[in-house]
Ligand binder design. Structure first.
Ligand code: PEP
Ligand code: MG
Length: 526
């Protein structure tokens, strides 16, 4: 009988297949003994790696392009190669010097308390191994899978170079659900489980349940039959849901529910049929601000926001101002060494403290608002004064653009309701053009259980009556005051929470694009 193992769910879906182990990329190489030649060898290997990743970029889109762009920027950054080149000058072979320099960087990232930084270690390992392969005189080509890739962690480029057309899955002993690969796997629909810890040494076959975060090692025939039956049922369910994708979401009672989407990057739009949703309910603009990369200026931001506005063809597009801090630090913007970043200088608190950054964003938003039905939303609002000060800044930016003769429009300004202070007393925010309930943060603050700590995951439950009571309260106040209310936390993407949300009187939900069809099907059955 096979053994079952629990990990962390990183990407939905079921797959059973032979195990293919993700090997170590280190290859044998002898140094030439000449520092100048070794220097040149390393510089050439880095140049080849840049060329290889750039070529791969041309074959992918969306987030994948962003991830590879990040790798190219790292490879081209002299600060990364400088320590290795200095070590080469002391007589060390290029591959040893490069490995040592990168291993030092990687362990720094791995030791971080922060999920985000730990996840970036995979990108650095990818960069390290790619250059080592070039130093050893070759690079691995993409392989077809139809297998379960098993290893400690998987590099983003290894994922992108893999041919997934024959199906497949990923099972990682370490890894994180917030890594770049997990994001790619979700976008491609490749089932993935991370954080499995240990698996029996000689595991030959794995049955992966990405949604449950569980795997079955070497299932026997009865277990295989059971898994295959679940897989078949899942495939049938997905096919049935697909029929709902392009239809409006309507309950049996005839009530129409607006289904909008949550997005992070412009590239995601290419994979989404805009006719499948009622607009964009949450664009997390902080993802334009990549950690370690230069801050995007007004023009770059304007072009990005304009693309969202135009893509939606008149449907509403809600762009949230920077919500950095908490679990989304950006070096140079977020404070170092906060004892509790989730309760610190985050979201609108930070942008109000960094008026220069806030103004650049508000100007870009006011300019983009000319090109569609754009709305602006403030994250982490706690006190009415934060809304008033942000509104005054937005007005000032619009006036300034007007005086400069730049086309602009003053977008409606709404707030996220995700801090208990706002959810308990929404009447403090009558000046907001709309409310969008952020159930992810609201749940973590109401239940005092961190949203990114697996040990308290059971407590971090959005269906806790204290959370649903607050949601109902905000929805009721919105109806009475004539302020539109939506919900954009992950709770809206889970069909099991639908009854509570619709009972609370919500008629607008913003969800993960991959969940549109499933939710519309579930709503039709309610
Ligand atoms: C939320 O808190 O529910 C939300 C939608 O915002 P984020 O997940 O980006 O914090
Ligand atoms: Mg939030």
């Amino acid at each position: 009988m096979g053994t079952s193992h629990q990990g962390i769910a990183a990407s939905d879906g079921l797959f059973r297949g032979p195990v293919r182990r993700l090997g170590s990329a280190r290859r044998e190489r002898r140094g030439t003994g000449d520092a100048a030649t070794e220097r040149q060898a390393l510089q050439q290997a880095i140049a080849h790696a840049v060329a290889g990743v750039t070529a791969l970029m041309a074959r992918v889109d969306g987030e994948a392009q962003d991830i590879l762009g990040f790798q190219v920027a790292m490879l081209e950054d002299d600060a990364l190669s400088a320590p290795a080149l200095s070590t080469i000058d002391t007589g060390t072979p290029a591959h040893v010097a490069w490995s040592a320099a990168l291993d030092g960087e990687i362990s720094g990232y791995e030791a971080s308390d922060d999920d985000y930084f730990r996840a970036r270690a995979a990108d650095l390992r990818d960069i390290r191994d790619r250059v080592l392969r070039h130093l050893a005189g070759g690079d691995a080509a993409g392989e077809a899978t139809g297998a379960v890739l098993l290893g400690d962690d998987i590099a983003p480029t290894a994922f992108l170079e893999t041919d997934w057309t024959a199906g497949g899955a990923i099972a990682l002993l370490r890894g994180s659900a917030t890594s770049h690969v997990a994001m790619l796997a979700r976008a491609r629909g490749v089932p993935m489980v991370t954080g499995l810890g240990e698996l029996p040494a000689r595991t030959a076959v794995l049955a992966v349940d990405g949604g449950r975060g569980a795997v079955l090692a070497d299932p026997d025939s009865a277990q295989r039959a059971q898994f295959d039956a679940a897989l078949e049922a899942d495939t049938r369910a997905r096919a049935r849901e697909e029929r709902f994708r392009l239809r409006p979401a309507v309950r049996r009672s005839g009530e129409r529910i607006d289904i909008l989407i949550n997005v992070a990057g412009v590239g995601e739009l290419d994979r989404i049929d805009h006719a499948a949703c009622d607009g964009i309910g949450l664009m997390r603009s902080e993802f334009l601000f990549r950690d370690g990369a230069p801050l995007p200026g007004e023009e770059t931001q304007y072009r990005a926001y304009r693309r969202f506005a135009e893509w939606a063809q008149g449907r509403p597009v809600t762009i949230r101002t920077l919500d950095i801090g908490g679990d989304k630090p950006v070096r140079g913007l977020t404070p170092e060494g906060e004892s509790n970043p989730f309760l610190g200088l985050r979201g609108v608190r930070l942008t109000l403290a960094r008026e220069d950054v806030f103004r650049t964003q508000l100007r870009a938003l006011a300019r983009a608002a000319v090109h569609g039905n754009l709305k602006v939303m403030l994250p982490m609002v706690t006190a009415p004064d934060e809304l008033a000060r942000s509104a005054a800044l937005l007005d000032a930016c619009v006036a300034e653009l007007g005086a400069q003769g730049v086309a602009c429009h003053r977008p409606p300004l709404g707030i996220m309701v995700e801090v208990p202070a706002a959810a308990v007393m929404p009447e403090l925010f009558r000046g907001a053009a709309f409310f969008s309930i952020g159930s992810n943060d609201l749940t973590q603050y109401v239940t005092a259980s961190s949203r990114d700590d697996a040990r308290v995951a059971a407590l971090n439950d959005p269906s806790h009556p204290a959370v649903t009571a607050l949601i109902a309260r905000v929805a009721r106040f919105g109806r009475e005051a004539g302020i539109p209310v939506s919900l954009c936390g992950d709770m809206a993407s889970e069909p099991r929470h639908l009854p509570a949300l619709l009972d609370a009187g919500l008629t607008s939900l913003s969800v993960a694009p991959a969940r549109i069809a499933r939710l519309k099907a579930a709503i039709a059955e309610l």
